[in-house]
Design a protein around this ligand. Sequence first.
Ligand SMILES: Nc1ncnc2c1ncn2[C@@H]1O[C@H](COP(=O)(O)OP(=O)(O)OP(=O)(O)O)[C@@H](O)[C@H]1O
Ligand SMILES: [Mg+2]
Length: 196
Amino acid sequence: MFIIFEGIDGSGLTTQSKILKDYLEEKGNKVFLTKEPTNSHIGRLIRKTLRGLYKTDQEALALLFAVDRSMHMDIIKKELKDSLVICDRYYFSNFAYQMLSVDLDHLIRINSRFLKPDLTIFLDVPAEVCKKRIDENREHIEIFENQETLERIRKNYIKIIKLFKKKGYDIVEIDGNRSIEETHAAVAACVEKFLE
Ligand SMILES: Nc1ncnc2c1ncn2[C@@H]1O[C@H](COP(=O)(O)OP(=O)(O)OP(=O)(O)O)[C@@H](O)[C@H]1O
Ligand SMILES: [Mg+2]
């Protein structure tokens, strides 16, 4: 089972994916938690780019993500043989963020050979709330992290989710604009139902 968390910056992806891992392990599952960009040399390059240390156009950035993802696929496929895999961001992030400046069909094409997730959880939180969380909790701000851009990315996510649901993807939208515990309860209920 390949589970993805998606949402805008500060929506709680890292927080919720860690709590879900602990929850599922407590229930006796073997769980592998991973994230994108990964810790590979390409992933590190991407992270520096997101911090604004390197200038890269958005199409090139999407290609870098695809290289990182291509290497990530081998790891994920191996883990899926005997574990539940939870991934903190996947190609939907590239669609929602890079479609601000790159053609969506092109983004979908360059990701077309990667593994289809079994379940995608979209944590929906208004940009204003996310911006506040980021400002309160982080020492550095990334290139997409202003309220107006985050709100545009959130709207992109909503469009993409509609499109991919039509393509037969299982995507669940969860209100993440509440406490960590309440959000987790909703996530856990959704995953339980899916695992049944
Ligand atoms: N439901 C919540 N209510 C209040 N604060 C939260 C909530 N969920 C997460 N936070 C806090 O907001 C900050 C951002 O959360 P988190 O790192 O999980 O977000 P993220 O979606 O992974 O963001 P990023 O894009 O930075 O990776 C963290 O400091 C976290 O403790
Ligand atoms: Mg995170």
